[in-house]
Structure formats: C-alpha cells, structure tokens
Design a protein around this ligand. Sequence first.
Ligand code: NAD
Ligand code: IPM
Ligand code: MN
Length: 333
Amino acid sequence: MKLAVIEGDGIGKEVIPAAVEVLDALGLDVEKVPVELGYGKWEKTGQAITDDDLEVLKECDCILFGAVTTPPDPNYKSVLLTIRKELDMYANIRPIRPLPTVRGILDRSNFNFVIVRENTEGLYSGIEEIGQDISWTKRVITRKGSERIARYACKLAKERKNRIVIVHKSNVMKSDKLFLDVCRETAALHGVDYSDELVDTMAYKLIRSPEKYDVIVTTNLFGDILSDMSAALVGSLGLLPSANIGTNHAFFEPVHGSAPDIAGKGIANPIAAILSLKMMLEWHGNMSEAALVEEAVDAALTEGIITPDLGGAYTTKEMTCAVVDHIKKEMRK
Ligand code: NAD
Ligand code: IPM
Ligand code: MN
C-alpha cells in the first residue's frame, strides 16, 4: 500500500507521528509518502497546497491526515476542503461510540451511531461573495450529491440496524427538500427504514437519548456541527476518528482540528488519529490488524492511561507507547 502521510499543523504534528508509530508496529508492507501541507507551508512558501501535492495524493492508495489551521482570511482557501473536493471524497463517515472507562457528558455508554455527512456540497460549495455590506454563500444541493450519500448511508445501514435518520432543515431552507426527498426515495428503493428530523431537534434528541440512533445522514455543515457535539457524548474531540470516502480515493483523519491551544505541549490525545488509522486498515481489508489496534487502544484506556482532555495526566507519547506495547506483546504471542 502506498500511503500519503500528512501531519499538517498544530497537534497534527503530534498525533500523526503517534499513529505512524502504531502503523509501524504492525509490520505491514506500507510505503509512506510524507506530504507537507497547510498553514505552516503557506507561511514558508506562500502556498498551502500545490498542484504537485494534489498529484502525489491522487497517486497514493489512501491518505492519513492530521489537521490543518485555517485562518479566517477570505483569500485563504482551506486545504482540507480542496483535498476533499479535488479527490471527490463525498462521504464523511464519523462513528460515535463510547470507549472503555471513558465517559462523556451523559456518563453512560449505551449508544453507538454513525454520522454520514455529505462532504462536497451544501454550504461548503465555495460559491460566495464577500462585500462590505453584504456577503453570501450559496448552498448547493444536487440530486446526484444527495443520491450518492443516501446510497452510502443505506449500504451502511444494511450492515447495521437497517434504518436511517435523515437530518435536514427543509422548513426553512427549501434546498433541503431535495435532499430529504432523494434520501427518502433512496431508502425506500433499498428497503431501508427511514425517518427524518430537523437539525435543531436532532441536536436536542441526540444529547437526550443518543441510544435511539444508528445511521444519521445529513448535509455538510449539519454533519460538521453534529460531529463535534457528539464528541461531548463520547468524552473528547480527541477520541473521534473519521473517513472521507470517494469512488477512487480515501482519506482518514481525526474529527478534531489543529488545537492551537494545546499544540506543542505534548498532551494531545492521539486516540482519534490512531482510530482513524484503524478505519484505514479496515478500508484496506487488514481486518485483524484493525481489530488489534482497537484492542490496544481499549487496553491502554483500561490500564488507566488517560490524557488531560479526559482528566488524566499522561502525555501523547505515553499513550502511544501503551498502545504500541500492547500491539507488540500480542504480536509476539
Ligand atoms: P479544534 O478541534 O482544533 O479544538 C477544539 C478543542 O478541542 C480545543 O480546546 C482543543 O484543545 C481540543 N482538542 C481537539 N483535539 C484534541 C486532542 N486530540 N486532544 C486533546 N484535546 C483536543 O477546533 P478549533 O480550536 O476551533 O480550531 C483550530 C484550528 O483547526 C482552526 O484553524 C480550524 O479551522 C482548524 N480545524 C481543522 C480541522 C482539520 O484539519 N480536520 C478540523 C477542525 C478545525
Ligand atoms: C471537519 C473540520 C472541517 C470541516 C474544516 C476545518 C474545514 O471542521 O473536518 O470537521 O468543516 O469540514
Ligand atoms: Mn468539524
């Protein structure tokens, strides 16, 4: 496997080396291609990502990505959005599951759902105009975009509880009526049970009773917001992995950002990045290695190796070491 490795900015430079250490411990035949991208590169060279970088990414089998910093400068184009769009990775898959010994705001662990987020259109269309007195962003919903994300959600639902919840705001934004209708049609076509919720109500219900949900399919910005909110159910943003899947490319990254408030301190939780690696291994068909990575994360937490985001005092390196040690011990058996 040829794997592009992008650390990016901030804690990306801490959590990706951690995930790579875990990958190395598995002893798989992986050619790692480091690619430097992001705000740091922009400060040095005036470009955050080049056409050559994109070519390298397209030639790799898949990508492991940390996080990038995006300044709110209207002339700065988000590197992450550029990659997702250029490689047409339309499905952003974000599993929300509790981990051993760790509790989030509800102090319970009886939920397990997945956010299937449309990743290429909606309010992330990039079609906008910034003016002195008026600025606007065009929200684009297409039948093609809605259909392919609905199909992805239905495929996933078939492997789970055969039901999806379609999350939208069609009472206000009529563009969401198309998304809702296409998702309903697709679910009916695939024999998947479906219901729908307005996004504000969904936010409320997810916090009240997350155990009622299984596969949630939604548009780009709603999926983004519901993801970080769901991190509070699990316990920390430092725990949530994700996959960005397209027809020809795949890209794995933590849900969190570059966390400038803790960057450089060596205390970032590497679990989101390590579990993103696990999602990558599953995608690639390395099922036993993926299971071993998950088991090693569970074991480290169970041993009480907890980083400061979860109230502990262990460092990124100590957590990584615990995961790697467990993998090595299992592999010697
Ligand atoms: P953030 O996700 O970086 O951080 C939010 C909060 O969660 C912070 O308090 C941070 O310390 C904490 N946190 C995040 N990851 C953690 C981890 N692994 N361990 C412990 N604590 C963790 O969001 P932000 O601060 O709003 O954004 C910072 C920058 O990151 C912005 O420039 C934003 O655009 C960018 N961003 C990038 C990505 C990405 O590259 N995938 C995602 C989100 C935000
Ligand atoms: C995410 C991030 C990105 C998004 C930003 C950094 C462009 O928040 O992956 O959740 O909004 O998709
Ligand atoms: Mn986000």
